[in-house]
Design a protein around this ligand. Structure first.
Ligand code: GSH
Length: 214
């Protein structure tokens, strides 16, 4: 059986989360580029064949099984590659905070992109939906910032205080999306500092360069 993970990917999109985590695991990755998948066409058809939601990240495991949902991918990789330090061990005191924040990010922040990136899919007033999802996302990030700044493990240098985890990968990648780094620097200094530390991790430098060139 191969040990290669096949990652359906578009540079800079949600696949970057899984690509960074797999890289931290030292796992071999084969990129299946599906650039343009948001429009009907062959790339979308390839993605739909494995993920009926046509979302990234979508990952084919070495076993051949397909795993979608970035939080599921984070948890699975943390179990299969514990040396990568993607998650606190089950009995660690910061494990509940890790689980809460992981699910909180994908349950609250990620949907603002689902509805805000393609507002015309969901409403006849797309500008209004984009404005409200943008505003909601900024409120969420301010809340996350306040949570990190006040939690018993922190603040910093990582989301869980002294312990690096997959949460830092989310912060490193998602702060590159709307409202982008300048906004975080102004309004969420703790998240901004975490993002800078994630940027500086030598292991991840090729991932950021491939996904966010220039
Ligand atoms: N809950 C999913 C959300 C994934 C998601 O929304 N990915 C975006 C890319 S950043 C996407 O594929 N959007 C295309 C679409 O929703 O049609 C996760 O955490 O993996």
């Amino acid at each position: 059986m191969t040990d290669t993970y096949v990652l359906y990917a578009v540079p800079g999109w949600g696949s970057v989360l899984a690509e960074a985590m797999l890289t931290l695991c030292g796992a071999p990755i084969q990129i299946e580029d599906v650039t343009g998948f948001e429009q009907p066409g062959p790339a979308r058809d390839r993605l739909l064949a494995v993920n009926p939601l046509a979302q990234l990240p979508t990952l084919r495991l070495p076993s051949g099984a397909v795993l979608t949902e970035s939080a599921a991918i984070a948890l699975h990789l943390s179990e299969r590659h514990p040396q990568a330090g993607l998650a606190p061990p089950p009995d660690a005191p910061d494990r509940p905070a890790f689980l809460h924040r992981l699910v909180w990010l994908v349950a609250n922040v990620y949907p603002t992109f689902t509805y805000g990136d393609f507002p015309e899919r969901w409403t006849d007033a797309p500008d209004s939906l984009r404005t409200s999802t943008d505003a909601h996302r900024e409120r969420l990030w301010r809340q996350f910032e306040a949570d990190i700044a006040s939690h018993p493990f922190g603040p910093g240098p990582w989301v869980l205080g002294e312990r690096f985890s997959a949460l830092d990968v989310y912060v490193g990648a998602m702060t590159r999306w709307q409202p982008r780094r300048d906004w975080f620097a102004e309004h969420c200094p703790t998240l901004s500092a975490i993002a800078a530390k994630v940027d500086a991790l030598p292991t991840l430098a090729p991932v950021w360069a491939r996904n966010f060139p220039g």
